[in-house]
Design a binder for this molecule. Sequence first.
Ligand code: GRF
Length: 220
Amino acid sequence: MSKLLRIGVLASGGGTNLQAIIDRCMDGTLAAEIAVVITNNPGAGALDRAGKAGIETLCINHRNFSQREDFDNSVVKALQDADVDLVVLAGFMRIITQTFIDAFPERVINIHPALLPAFPGLHVQPQAIDYGARFSGCTVHFVDGGVDTGPIIMQAVVPVLPDDSADTLAARILEQEHKTYPRAIQLIAEGRVRVDGRQVIIEPACPPALTSLVNPSIDG
Ligand code: GRF
């Protein structure tokens, strides 16, 4: 068996994306192992999920650092100590610095609950509703120096329905996040993903239905 991709997951909240990644590692559809889960939030549900799965956890509380760079250096060191190949941001509520990105060039990915470049930043589900968007979704992308601006690996689309609240839309998007994130990581584990400027090239190419998931399908 070829070597598993070693990933470090950074999470600040409930950790449902972390759980989806754990589940896919366990059932063998994702050829990766989670070397460490790091949180900045001592109350993060992600810590319990990782603990239950027997994964090493670390809490590095950003409140204990006066400089953002010092916090980032500490997280980078922990990831390097864990010898990770890929850093996976899964609801990590800190903006990471260039020092962090430089330590893992084209090796940091994020999932965002909107169809980038629409609605970057925080609280994006109510924004999609207020704007009157007919579709929203999720985006897996490489992390660069901006906020949700890096090259896009994979997206999934969901409808915005007339009676949606921010919560119902977030739940519909989250369901797709849980499918999309492990699939994107699997493509990286297979060594098929490279960045060329703004484009992410996947070789050998995969069917468009994998990188651009439409739900429900346009054919009904
Ligand atoms: C997800 O909606 C993700 O897109 C965003 O933060 C949320 C994290 O949810 N970046 P969870 O902690 O994985 O449940």
